[in-house]
Write a protein of this length. Structure first.
Length: 101
């Protein structure tokens, strides 16, 4: 597949966030519920996917969703400073809260 097709809605799945079932239960979140992920820099609405793959206290989503098809830009939540390791953005370290929409 050529990357020129990366914004075709038929090829894009709905953006989601993984959350541990125990954390989800504390917040009244069920499988496939819409949730708001937020911090002081911004917020996103994603679909909740409950999984034991994620440690309680942590949520996980994937990079690559932009303002195109789904109007979700993960970068809204990331701090805009340069990390001291590798002189790049710390993509995998972002404090957020999560709540059911």
């Amino acid at each position: 597949m050529n990357s020129q097709f990366s914004d075709m809605s038929i090829l894009k799945e709905e953006p989601f966030v993984w959350i541990n079932p125990r954390d989800a239960a504390k917040r009244g979140i069920n499988e496939n519920d819409k949730v708001r992920i937020y911090n002081e820099r911004g917020s996103l609405i994603l679909k909740a996917v409950l999984t034991e793959k994620i440690t309680p206290g942590i949520v996980h989503t994937f990079f690559g969703w932009w303002d195109g098809v789904h109007q979700v830009n993960i970068n809204r939540l990331i701090r805009d400073y340069i990390s001291d390791i590798g002189s790049g953005t710390a993509f995998h370290n972002c404090l957020v809260e999560i709540q059911k929409v």
